[in-house]
Design a protein around this ligand. Structure first.
Ligand code: PGA
Length: 244
C-alpha cells in the first residue's frame, strides 16, 4: 500500500548540505512507490525545490505563520510557502511546543494553511513520558486533536503525525501493537470531529530507522512516517522510502 514518508531535517544542515542531501534523495528515490516529502530549513526551500524538479519528491516546510501578511518578523505565510512550491507544512512539532507554541497557535496555523487550498498540514501530536507512565496518553492525545481541529470543518487532506515525545531522538521506538492502538484511537477521534468522509492520514514519528521501519510500515493503521535523525542519512532514509 502507498504510504507517506516525510523527512524532517530540522536545523541540522547548511544550505550546501541541504542541496547535497536533496540530490542524493533524488538519485536514490527514482522508483519509490510511496509519497516522499522533504522538509528542509526555510532558507533552503527554494534551492531544494529546484533540485527536486523532475522527481516525485515533494517539498514541505517545518513551520508557518498563522497570519496572512504583515509585521511578523521571522515568519513566513502559508501563501508564500504554497507559491514556493511546498505541498506540506509541519505544524505543532513538540520541539516548537516546548518553546511555547500553544494549542491555540497550532489551531490558527492549521486554519491558515487550509485557507490556501494548496497546502497539507502535518499536525504533530504526542504525549510525554509522564502521561505515558500514568496511562493517560490516549486521553491526552484525544484532547490535543480536539484542540488542534477546533472549529475546523474541512474535506481537504490533513495529516496527523503521532510522535510520542519520549520516542523523538531518543532511540526508543514504539512497539507495533502500541502504535496500532494509538493510531486507531487517533483515526476514530478525527472521524468523529471531521465526519465519516474526512480525508486524512496518520503517520508515526519517533526514532524510526532502517531497522525498525519495515514492521511499523506494514501495519494497516500506520500510513507513513515523519523521520528526523535518520532522514539526514540518505542511504538509510531512502532504504525506508523504498520499502515495497
Ligand atoms: P527522530 O525525530 O526521527 O529523530 O526521532 C522525529 C521528529 O522529530 O519528527
Amino acid at each position: 500500500m502507498q504510504k507517506i514518508i516525510v523527512a524532517n531535517w530540522k536545523m541540522n544542515l547548511s544550505l550546501a548540505q541541504s542541496l547535497k542531501l536533496a540530490r542524493e534523495y533524488k538519485r536514490l528515490l527514482k522508483k519509490t512507490k510511496h509519497i516522499v516529502a522533504v522538509c528542509p530549513s526555510e532558507f533552503a526551500l527554494v534551492g531544494v525545490k529546484r533540485i527536486l524538479k523532475n522527481s516525485k519528491i515533494k517539498l514541505g516546510a517545518q513551520d508557518v505563520s498563522s497570519e496572512p501578511k504583515g509585521s511578523h518578523t521571522g515568519d513566513v505565510s502559508a501563501k508564500t510557502l504554497a507559491k514556493i512550491g511546498c505541498k506540506y507544512v509541519i505544524i505543532g512539532h513538540s520541539e516548537k511546543r516546548a518553546m511555547g507554541e500553544t494549542c491555540r497557535m497550532v489551531n490558527l496555523k492549521i486554519k491558515a494553511v487550509l485557507k490556501t487550498k494548496k497546502l497539507v498540514p502535518i499536525i504533530c501530536i504526542g504525549e510525554g513520558w509522564d502521561k505515558r507512565k500514568s496511562k493517560k496518553s490516549i486521553l491526552f492525545i484525544t484532547g490535543q486533536i480536539r484542540r488542534a481541529l477546533a472549529g475546523i470543518k474541512t474535506k481537504q487532506q490533513i495529516i496527523i503525525a503521532y510522535e510520542p515525545i519520549w520516542a523523538i531522538g531518543t532511540g526508543k521506538v514504539i512497539k507495533p501493537d502500541d502504535a496500532e492502538k494509538q493510531h486507531e484511537n487517533i483515526k476514530k477521534t478525527v472521524f468523529k470531529i471531521l465526519g465519516a468522509k474526512a480525508d486524512f492520514k496518520v503517520i508515526y514519528g519517533g526514532s524510526v530507522n532502517d531497522k525498525n521501519a519495515k514492521k511499523l510500515l506494514s501495519l494497516d493503521s500506520v500510513d507513513g512516517f515523519l523521520i528526523g535523525k535518520t532522514s539526514l542519512k540518505a542511504i538509510s532514509f531512502c532504504k525506508i522510502a523504498n520499502i515495497s
